[in-house]
Design a protein around this ligand. Sequence first.
Ligand code: NAP
Length: 465
Amino acid sequence: MPIATVNPATGETVKTFEPLGAEAVEACLRKAESAFRSYRRTDFASRAGLLASAADLLDKERDDIARIMTLEMGKTLAAARAEAAKCAKAMRWYAANAERLLADEHPDEADVADSGAHRAFVRYRPLGVVLAVMPWNFPLWQVIRFAAPALMAGNVGLLKHASNVPQTALYLGGLFPRAGFPEGCFQTLLVGSRAVEGILRDPRVDAVTLTGSEGAGRSVAAVAGGEVKKTVLELGGSDPFVVMPSVAGELEDAVVTAVTARVQNNGQSCIAAKRFIVHDGVYDEFAERFTRVMSSLVVGDPMSEATDVGPLSTEQGRADLEELVEDALAHGAEALCGARRPKALPPGWYYEPTVLTGITADMRIHREEAFGPVATLYRVSDLDEAVTVANDTPFGLSSNVWTRDEEEQRRFARDLAAGGVYFNGMTASHPALPFGGVKRSGYGRELSGHGIREFCNVTTVWYGR
Ligand code: NAP
């Protein structure tokens, strides 16, 4: 894949970039290794000051970087601005909380004595140079949610960003040095995916985090496994959105939230709700209202404030989505709306918000991730069936359930196989809450104390009697 900015709203190639050659990559690795040697000894207060400065810069430059994101991957300008603001907030959160999250841990005195020590504790020390392989869909947020905790823990970062967001990648590579971080603490490597293996095998790289597709995760984890290097994988998702009869009186809220959960980021979010599993008691009304709102969304130019849904990020992304929909229709699914490209729009990679019913297990869309504004509707007759359908997926990122019944809430929280269970709302990440999945959605966690400890050497410090 060439490294280039290609505007998804028009298909036009705006700018192409030469990938870094072997010598330039080597120079970056040297700088990273050398930066870690001194940066690891800095204290939390100085790291926090640097990260807060980076957050201030990002706030000041919000409109500029938002326009770059929209140009490169097609999210609406409003969504791009919100993403930049969220990044600054997460940076400040880690600046304020990292020291507390990584404070020494002291086991029970009796256990310390039982281990033969007069004193023992756990200390979180940085791992070293962490390679981040990142996707285009939240081109700023995915990187910041790795970089903020990694830098606060005393690690240094190397970013290999997706090839279709090079200008966002270069912005990130400049942000941290401009905020005062020492040279080499955070660098962008403009390289294609084929260069990842060599970089990861380099002894100066200690760990890797990858957010992206299952295929990319599998291959990076295989290399890291061969080198015995720590990995965190944040992969795809096909999150369920369950609606039970106890919310019959607030169905409009559930519908509006369901639509937002499906079409956020033009439908290209790992935690977007993708499968809508609705109890028989409210199914007909939900389906009718949900389809009405989905078909009323404005599809168009992502730079326009009036647009709800912009284009898909790449031509291939739209082709993949169309294939999933066509396969479902060929196997007997019915389209309540959409299932086609919009007429009368410029030649970008647009697709109409789509609702499909009559989904069966032999359709690809039942098991694969629909990365675009396409929702599948399932009718279920009770809670057990809702749980069975919700869990009948290779993924396990997050889940959403609308019910006011406390016993049902207890059952869903116990039985849904996912990294999150969100009641009467929709899944959204927050710096204080862990984020990540089970099954083929990956392993490890980002954000919160769990995220910052992923790339730490959890060290036992023990003093004999
Ligand atoms: P992708 O094709 O897997 O790309 C992600 C990153 O991995 C890019 O930097 C890509 O580089 C690189 N890459 C691809 N194949 C590779 C390989 N074999 N070895 C090393 N690096 C490789 O994914 P995407 O299409 O950009 O993103 C969409 C996917 O990400 C969806 O499945 C989505 O659900 C998932 N996602 C998950 C989360 C989460 O937190 N769980 C968040 C966001 C997105 P190139 O661009 O150069 O190919």
